[in-house]
Design a protein around this ligand. Structure first.
Ligand SMILES: *Cc1c(COP(=O)(O)O)cnc(C)c1O
Length: 396
Protein backbone atom coordinates (compact mmCIF):
# COMPACT_ATOMS: atom_id res chain seq x y z
CA UNK A 1 0.00 0.00 0.00
CA UNK A 2 1.23 3.50 -0.86
CA UNK A 3 1.58 5.61 2.23
CA UNK A 4 3.43 8.51 0.60
CA UNK A 5 2.15 9.43 -2.91
CA UNK A 6 4.32 11.20 -5.46
CA UNK A 7 2.13 14.30 -5.70
CA UNK A 8 -1.15 15.65 -4.41
CA UNK A 9 -2.97 18.65 -5.90
CA UNK A 10 -3.90 21.53 -3.58
CA UNK A 11 -7.65 21.44 -4.33
CA UNK A 12 -10.44 21.92 -1.80
CA UNK A 13 -13.91 23.44 -1.29
CA UNK A 14 -12.78 26.88 -2.45
CA UNK A 15 -12.43 25.53 -6.01
CA UNK A 16 -15.70 23.57 -5.74
CA UNK A 17 -17.63 26.74 -4.84
CA UNK A 18 -16.24 28.67 -7.79
CA UNK A 19 -16.99 25.83 -10.23
CA UNK A 20 -20.54 25.74 -8.92
CA UNK A 21 -20.91 29.46 -9.52
CA UNK A 22 -19.65 29.18 -13.12
CA UNK A 23 -21.83 26.18 -13.99
CA UNK A 24 -24.92 27.98 -12.76
CA UNK A 25 -23.93 31.15 -14.68
CA UNK A 26 -24.74 29.43 -17.99
CA UNK A 27 -21.40 30.32 -19.63
CA UNK A 28 -19.06 27.34 -19.42
CA UNK A 29 -16.32 27.70 -22.04
CA UNK A 30 -13.85 30.42 -23.08
CA UNK A 31 -15.79 33.39 -21.78
CA UNK A 32 -15.63 35.88 -18.92
CA UNK A 33 -13.95 33.49 -16.50
CA UNK A 34 -11.14 32.71 -18.94
CA UNK A 35 -10.66 36.46 -19.53
CA UNK A 36 -10.40 37.11 -15.80
CA UNK A 37 -7.96 34.21 -15.32
CA UNK A 38 -5.78 35.52 -18.18
CA UNK A 39 -5.66 39.01 -16.66
CA UNK A 40 -4.79 37.71 -13.19
CA UNK A 41 -2.19 35.30 -14.56
CA UNK A 42 -0.55 38.07 -16.63
CA UNK A 43 -0.33 40.26 -13.53
CA UNK A 44 1.13 37.41 -11.46
CA UNK A 45 4.04 36.67 -13.83
CA UNK A 46 4.46 40.30 -14.94
CA UNK A 47 3.51 39.72 -18.59
CA UNK A 48 1.71 42.21 -20.88
CA UNK A 49 -0.40 39.42 -22.47
CA UNK A 50 -1.61 35.97 -21.37
CA UNK A 51 -3.72 33.63 -23.53
CA UNK A 52 -5.29 30.49 -22.05
CA UNK A 53 -5.38 27.18 -23.95
CA UNK A 54 -6.25 23.55 -23.26
CA UNK A 55 -2.76 22.34 -22.18
CA UNK A 56 0.92 23.20 -22.32
CA UNK A 57 1.31 20.83 -25.27
CA UNK A 58 -1.22 22.86 -27.26
CA UNK A 59 0.40 26.09 -25.97
CA UNK A 60 3.76 24.93 -27.38
CA UNK A 61 2.14 24.03 -30.71
CA UNK A 62 0.40 27.42 -30.91
CA UNK A 63 3.64 29.22 -29.94
CA UNK A 64 5.64 27.57 -32.72
CA UNK A 65 2.84 27.98 -35.27
CA UNK A 66 2.48 31.68 -34.38
CA UNK A 67 6.21 32.13 -35.06
CA UNK A 68 5.71 30.58 -38.50
CA UNK A 69 7.58 27.34 -37.77
CA UNK A 70 6.63 24.73 -40.37
CA UNK A 71 7.82 21.97 -42.67
CA UNK A 72 11.54 21.92 -43.55
CA UNK A 73 12.33 24.21 -40.58
CA UNK A 74 14.40 23.18 -37.58
CA UNK A 75 13.88 23.92 -33.88
CA UNK A 76 16.79 23.61 -31.46
CA UNK A 77 15.60 22.01 -28.22
CA UNK A 78 16.35 19.27 -25.68
CA UNK A 79 15.57 15.58 -25.91
CA UNK A 80 15.81 15.35 -22.12
CA UNK A 81 12.31 16.65 -21.28
CA UNK A 82 8.76 15.43 -21.11
CA UNK A 83 8.07 14.11 -24.62
CA UNK A 84 5.51 16.88 -25.31
CA UNK A 85 8.38 19.36 -25.82
CA UNK A 86 9.73 17.51 -28.87
CA UNK A 87 6.28 16.39 -30.03
CA UNK A 88 5.11 20.02 -30.31
CA UNK A 89 7.94 20.67 -32.77
CA UNK A 90 6.89 17.67 -34.85
CA UNK A 91 3.24 18.79 -34.94
CA UNK A 92 4.41 21.77 -37.03
CA UNK A 93 6.27 19.49 -39.43
CA UNK A 94 9.64 20.89 -38.33
CA UNK A 95 12.60 18.76 -37.19
CA UNK A 96 13.72 18.89 -33.56
CA UNK A 97 17.50 19.33 -33.29
CA UNK A 98 18.49 18.02 -29.88
CA UNK A 99 21.27 19.38 -27.68
CA UNK A 100 22.46 18.04 -24.34
CA UNK A 101 21.70 19.19 -20.81
CA UNK A 102 23.64 20.02 -17.67
CA UNK A 103 24.61 16.78 -15.87
CA UNK A 104 23.31 18.05 -12.50
CA UNK A 105 20.19 20.17 -13.05
CA UNK A 106 19.10 18.75 -16.42
CA UNK A 107 18.72 22.14 -18.15
CA UNK A 108 19.85 22.94 -21.69
CA UNK A 109 23.58 23.66 -22.02
CA UNK A 110 23.81 27.22 -23.43
CA UNK A 111 27.25 26.36 -24.85
CA UNK A 112 25.79 23.57 -26.98
CA UNK A 113 23.17 25.72 -28.72
CA UNK A 114 25.31 27.56 -31.25
CA UNK A 115 26.69 24.39 -32.87
CA UNK A 116 23.13 23.17 -33.47
CA UNK A 117 21.98 26.30 -35.30
CA UNK A 118 21.77 26.15 -39.11
CA UNK A 119 20.17 28.39 -41.75
CA UNK A 120 17.00 26.30 -41.24
CA UNK A 121 16.67 27.09 -37.50
CA UNK A 122 13.40 28.96 -36.95
CA UNK A 123 13.17 28.84 -33.13
CA UNK A 124 14.96 27.78 -29.97
CA UNK A 125 12.70 25.94 -27.52
CA UNK A 126 14.20 25.87 -24.02
CA UNK A 127 12.76 24.13 -20.96
CA UNK A 128 12.78 25.20 -17.29
CA UNK A 129 13.11 21.57 -16.31
CA UNK A 130 11.12 20.44 -13.27
CA UNK A 131 10.70 24.10 -12.32
CA UNK A 132 14.43 24.99 -12.27
CA UNK A 133 15.00 28.05 -14.47
CA UNK A 134 17.42 27.49 -17.37
CA UNK A 135 20.19 30.02 -17.98
CA UNK A 136 18.24 32.60 -19.98
CA UNK A 137 20.90 35.26 -19.33
CA UNK A 138 23.33 33.13 -21.35
CA UNK A 139 20.84 31.79 -23.92
CA UNK A 140 19.04 34.98 -24.99
CA UNK A 141 22.16 36.80 -26.32
CA UNK A 142 23.07 33.73 -28.43
CA UNK A 143 19.57 33.73 -29.94
CA UNK A 144 19.49 37.51 -30.40
CA UNK A 145 22.84 37.48 -32.24
CA UNK A 146 21.33 35.08 -34.78
CA UNK A 147 17.89 36.75 -34.83
CA UNK A 148 16.16 33.52 -33.72
CA UNK A 149 13.09 33.68 -31.44
CA UNK A 150 13.09 31.84 -28.11
CA UNK A 151 10.12 29.88 -26.73
CA UNK A 152 10.22 28.88 -23.06
CA UNK A 153 8.62 25.59 -22.05
CA UNK A 154 7.72 26.64 -18.51
CA UNK A 155 5.23 23.78 -18.05
CA UNK A 156 6.66 23.16 -14.59
CA UNK A 157 7.88 26.65 -13.71
CA UNK A 158 4.93 28.73 -12.46
CA UNK A 159 6.26 30.70 -9.47
CA UNK A 160 9.94 30.05 -10.28
CA UNK A 161 12.20 33.08 -10.46
CA UNK A 162 15.33 34.20 -12.26
CA UNK A 163 17.71 37.08 -11.53
CA UNK A 164 17.91 39.46 -14.47
CA UNK A 165 19.92 42.69 -14.24
CA UNK A 166 20.13 42.39 -10.45
CA UNK A 167 16.37 41.91 -10.00
CA UNK A 168 14.37 38.76 -9.22
CA UNK A 169 11.66 38.19 -11.82
CA UNK A 170 9.08 35.46 -12.20
CA UNK A 171 9.38 33.10 -15.14
CA UNK A 172 6.78 34.12 -17.72
CA UNK A 173 7.26 37.89 -18.23
CA UNK A 174 8.38 36.40 -20.70
CA UNK A 175 12.17 36.64 -21.04
CA UNK A 176 12.17 34.92 -24.42
CA UNK A 177 9.51 35.75 -27.02
CA UNK A 178 6.83 33.36 -25.71
CA UNK A 179 6.45 31.40 -22.48
CA UNK A 180 4.17 28.33 -22.12
CA UNK A 181 2.72 26.94 -18.87
CA UNK A 182 0.89 23.72 -17.91
CA UNK A 183 -1.98 23.26 -15.47
CA UNK A 184 -1.83 19.45 -15.38
CA UNK A 185 -2.34 18.02 -11.86
CA UNK A 186 1.38 17.20 -11.56
CA UNK A 187 2.19 20.91 -11.79
CA UNK A 188 1.86 23.45 -8.96
CA UNK A 189 -1.27 25.14 -10.30
CA UNK A 190 -3.87 22.79 -11.76
CA UNK A 191 -7.13 23.19 -13.64
CA UNK A 192 -7.33 19.44 -14.37
CA UNK A 193 -5.79 20.12 -17.75
CA UNK A 194 -4.96 23.54 -19.13
CA UNK A 195 -2.23 25.84 -20.34
CA UNK A 196 -1.23 29.48 -20.85
CA UNK A 197 0.93 31.45 -23.28
CA UNK A 198 2.48 34.76 -22.28
CA UNK A 199 4.16 37.30 -24.54
CA UNK A 200 5.19 40.97 -24.83
CA UNK A 201 3.92 41.10 -28.39
CA UNK A 202 0.31 42.16 -29.12
CA UNK A 203 0.75 40.68 -32.60
CA UNK A 204 1.71 37.22 -31.27
CA UNK A 205 -1.09 37.37 -28.69
CA UNK A 206 -3.58 38.08 -31.48
CA UNK A 207 -2.29 35.03 -33.39
CA UNK A 208 -2.60 32.81 -30.29
CA UNK A 209 -6.28 33.83 -29.98
CA UNK A 210 -6.99 33.00 -33.61
CA UNK A 211 -5.20 29.64 -33.52
CA UNK A 212 -6.86 28.40 -30.31
CA UNK A 213 -10.36 29.09 -31.67
CA UNK A 214 -10.45 27.50 -35.16
CA UNK A 215 -8.89 30.60 -36.74
CA UNK A 216 -12.21 32.39 -36.24
CA UNK A 217 -12.16 36.17 -36.74
CA UNK A 218 -14.52 37.07 -33.85
CA UNK A 219 -14.57 35.63 -30.35
CA UNK A 220 -17.73 34.19 -28.85
CA UNK A 221 -17.68 37.05 -26.33
CA UNK A 222 -17.62 39.69 -29.07
CA UNK A 223 -20.41 38.01 -31.04
CA UNK A 224 -22.53 37.51 -27.94
CA UNK A 225 -22.15 41.17 -26.90
CA UNK A 226 -22.73 42.66 -30.39
CA UNK A 227 -25.79 44.85 -31.09
CA UNK A 228 -25.60 44.02 -34.78
CA UNK A 229 -25.41 40.71 -36.59
CA UNK A 230 -21.78 39.63 -36.98
CA UNK A 231 -20.59 37.17 -39.63
CA UNK A 232 -17.36 35.42 -38.71
CA UNK A 233 -14.64 34.28 -41.08
CA UNK A 234 -11.87 31.70 -40.79
CA UNK A 235 -8.67 33.45 -41.73
CA UNK A 236 -6.10 30.74 -40.98
CA UNK A 237 -6.00 27.02 -40.20
CA UNK A 238 -6.84 26.97 -36.51
CA UNK A 239 -7.52 24.42 -33.79
CA UNK A 240 -9.88 23.81 -30.92
CA UNK A 241 -7.45 24.45 -28.06
CA UNK A 242 -9.88 26.32 -25.78
CA UNK A 243 -9.79 26.33 -21.99
CA UNK A 244 -13.25 26.13 -20.42
CA UNK A 245 -14.68 28.71 -18.02
CA UNK A 246 -15.13 25.87 -15.51
CA UNK A 247 -11.38 25.21 -15.60
CA UNK A 248 -10.53 28.93 -15.48
CA UNK A 249 -12.59 29.29 -12.29
CA UNK A 250 -10.42 26.61 -10.69
CA UNK A 251 -7.30 28.32 -11.99
CA UNK A 252 -8.22 31.66 -10.41
CA UNK A 253 -8.52 30.07 -6.96
CA UNK A 254 -5.30 28.12 -7.51
CA UNK A 255 -3.46 31.31 -8.49
CA UNK A 256 -4.40 32.92 -5.17
CA UNK A 257 -2.96 29.91 -3.31
CA UNK A 258 0.23 29.81 -5.35
CA UNK A 259 2.59 32.05 -3.32
CA UNK A 260 1.89 29.98 -0.23
CA UNK A 261 2.36 26.71 -2.13
CA UNK A 262 5.69 27.86 -3.57
CA UNK A 263 6.92 28.98 -0.14
CA UNK A 264 5.93 25.64 1.34
CA UNK A 265 7.73 23.68 -1.38
CA UNK A 266 10.89 25.73 -0.92
CA UNK A 267 10.91 24.78 2.75
CA UNK A 268 10.30 21.13 1.85
CA UNK A 269 13.17 21.22 -0.67
CA UNK A 270 15.52 22.69 1.94
CA UNK A 271 14.69 19.84 4.30
CA UNK A 272 15.15 17.28 1.54
CA UNK A 273 18.60 18.75 0.69
CA UNK A 274 19.54 18.25 4.30
CA UNK A 275 18.13 14.70 4.59
CA UNK A 276 19.46 13.38 1.25
CA UNK A 277 22.73 15.28 1.57
CA UNK A 278 23.59 12.99 4.48
CA UNK A 279 23.22 9.83 2.38
CA UNK A 280 26.59 8.90 0.90
CA UNK A 281 26.97 9.33 -2.88
CA UNK A 282 23.41 10.56 -3.42
CA UNK A 283 23.33 13.75 -5.52
CA UNK A 284 20.81 16.48 -4.77
CA UNK A 285 19.60 19.24 -7.15
CA UNK A 286 21.65 22.44 -7.17
CA UNK A 287 20.02 25.84 -7.54
CA UNK A 288 22.30 28.26 -9.43
CA UNK A 289 22.75 31.55 -7.50
CA UNK A 290 20.64 33.33 -10.15
CA UNK A 291 17.69 30.91 -9.95
CA UNK A 292 14.91 30.08 -7.50
CA UNK A 293 13.01 26.91 -8.31
CA UNK A 294 9.38 26.29 -7.35
CA UNK A 295 10.44 22.65 -6.74
CA UNK A 296 7.70 21.21 -8.90
CA UNK A 297 9.58 17.89 -8.76
CA UNK A 298 12.46 16.90 -6.53
CA UNK A 299 14.89 14.38 -8.02
CA UNK A 300 17.95 12.73 -6.53
CA UNK A 301 20.87 11.24 -8.45
CA UNK A 302 21.68 7.69 -7.42
CA UNK A 303 25.25 6.46 -6.86
CA UNK A 304 26.75 5.40 -10.22
CA UNK A 305 26.08 1.80 -11.13
CA UNK A 306 22.93 1.62 -8.99
CA UNK A 307 20.02 -0.38 -10.44
CA UNK A 308 17.36 2.34 -10.66
CA UNK A 309 14.45 -0.07 -11.08
CA UNK A 310 15.51 -2.12 -8.05
CA UNK A 311 15.70 0.99 -5.83
CA UNK A 312 12.29 2.18 -7.04
CA UNK A 313 10.78 -1.26 -6.36
CA UNK A 314 12.26 -1.38 -2.85
CA UNK A 315 10.82 2.04 -2.13
CA UNK A 316 7.44 1.03 -3.51
CA UNK A 317 7.55 -2.04 -1.24
CA UNK A 318 8.11 0.42 1.64
CA UNK A 319 5.01 2.40 0.56
CA UNK A 320 6.90 5.27 -1.13
CA UNK A 321 5.92 6.22 -4.70
CA UNK A 322 8.76 7.31 -7.00
CA UNK A 323 9.23 7.92 -10.72
CA UNK A 324 12.22 7.84 -13.03
CA UNK A 325 13.91 11.17 -13.58
CA UNK A 326 13.14 13.05 -16.79
CA UNK A 327 13.29 10.79 -19.86
CA UNK A 328 14.84 11.44 -23.29
CA UNK A 329 12.59 11.65 -26.37
CA UNK A 330 15.27 10.30 -28.73
CA UNK A 331 15.26 6.95 -26.90
CA UNK A 332 11.51 6.37 -27.35
CA UNK A 333 10.08 4.20 -30.14
CA UNK A 334 8.24 7.23 -31.55
CA UNK A 335 11.67 8.79 -32.24
CA UNK A 336 13.58 5.70 -33.39
CA UNK A 337 13.71 6.67 -37.02
CA UNK A 338 14.41 10.03 -38.61
CA UNK A 339 12.22 12.73 -37.10
CA UNK A 340 15.11 14.32 -35.14
CA UNK A 341 18.81 14.93 -35.37
CA UNK A 342 21.68 15.98 -33.13
CA UNK A 343 24.11 18.81 -33.81
CA UNK A 344 26.32 16.64 -36.02
CA UNK A 345 23.53 15.86 -38.44
CA UNK A 346 21.61 12.70 -39.24
CA UNK A 347 23.77 9.60 -39.20
CA UNK A 348 27.00 11.58 -38.83
CA UNK A 349 27.41 11.22 -35.08
CA UNK A 350 27.68 7.44 -35.48
CA UNK A 351 25.07 6.76 -32.81
CA UNK A 352 22.96 3.63 -32.50
CA UNK A 353 19.15 3.98 -32.64
CA UNK A 354 17.90 5.17 -29.28
CA UNK A 355 21.27 6.47 -28.14
CA UNK A 356 23.45 9.47 -28.99
CA UNK A 357 26.85 10.28 -27.52
CA UNK A 358 26.09 14.01 -27.91
CA UNK A 359 23.11 13.58 -25.57
CA UNK A 360 24.93 11.50 -22.96
CA UNK A 361 24.24 13.74 -19.93
CA UNK A 362 20.49 13.48 -20.49
CA UNK A 363 20.69 9.71 -20.93
CA UNK A 364 22.64 9.37 -17.68
CA UNK A 365 20.10 11.50 -15.79
CA UNK A 366 17.24 9.37 -17.14
CA UNK A 367 18.95 6.16 -16.00
CA UNK A 368 20.46 7.42 -12.78
CA UNK A 369 17.93 9.69 -11.09
CA UNK A 370 14.57 9.26 -9.41
CA UNK A 371 11.80 11.70 -8.50
CA UNK A 372 10.66 11.41 -4.89
CA UNK A 373 7.33 12.49 -3.33
CA UNK A 374 6.80 16.25 -3.12
CA UNK A 375 3.53 18.05 -2.35
CA UNK A 376 2.67 21.18 -0.40
CA UNK A 377 0.90 19.30 2.41
CA UNK A 378 3.80 16.89 3.02
CA UNK A 379 4.82 16.44 6.65
CA UNK A 380 8.31 16.28 8.11
CA UNK A 381 7.61 12.65 9.12
CA UNK A 382 6.76 11.78 5.51
CA UNK A 383 9.94 13.41 4.26
CA UNK A 384 12.01 11.52 6.82
CA UNK A 385 10.29 8.27 5.79
CA UNK A 386 11.21 8.90 2.14
CA UNK A 387 14.87 9.57 2.96
CA UNK A 388 15.05 6.57 5.29
CA UNK A 389 13.51 4.30 2.63
CA UNK A 390 16.04 5.48 0.04
CA UNK A 391 18.95 4.89 2.38
CA UNK A 392 17.68 1.42 3.33
CA UNK A 393 17.11 0.53 -0.36
CA UNK A 394 20.67 1.58 -1.26
CA UNK A 395 22.19 -0.44 1.60
CA UNK A 396 20.06 -3.47 0.88
C1 LIG B 1 4.02 18.56 -18.21
C2 LIG B 1 4.91 19.04 -19.28
C3 LIG B 1 4.44 19.34 -20.57
C4 LIG B 1 3.04 19.03 -21.01
O1 LIG B 1 2.07 19.72 -20.31
P1 LIG B 1 0.51 19.37 -20.58
O2 LIG B 1 -0.22 20.50 -19.95
O3 LIG B 1 0.26 18.05 -19.91
O4 LIG B 1 0.31 19.30 -22.05
C5 LIG B 1 5.32 19.90 -21.48
N1 LIG B 1 6.61 20.12 -21.16
C6 LIG B 1 7.11 19.81 -19.96
C7 LIG B 1 8.53 20.10 -19.65
C8 LIG B 1 6.29 19.25 -18.97
O5 LIG B 1 6.79 18.94 -17.78
Amino acid sequence: MISVPLARPALDHAEVEEVRRVILSGWVTQGPEVEAFEAEFARFVGAPHACAVSSCTTALHVALAALGVGRSDEVVTVSHSFIATANAVRYTGATPVFVDVDPVNGNILPGAIEAAITPLTRAILVVHQLGMPCDLNAILPIAAAKGIPVVEDAACAIGSEIEVGGEWQRIGRPHGDICCFSFHPRKLLTTGDGGMLTTDSPELDRKFRLLRHHGMSVSDRERHGAREVVFEEYAVLGYNYRLTDVQAAIGRVQLRKLPEIVAKRRALAARYHDLFGRIREVGVPEEPRWARSNWQTYTVRLPSGTDQRRIMQRMLDAGIATRRGVMCAHREPAYRSEPWRCAEGPGRCGCAPGSCRLLANGERLQDGSIAVPMFHSMSEAEQRAVAAALEASLND
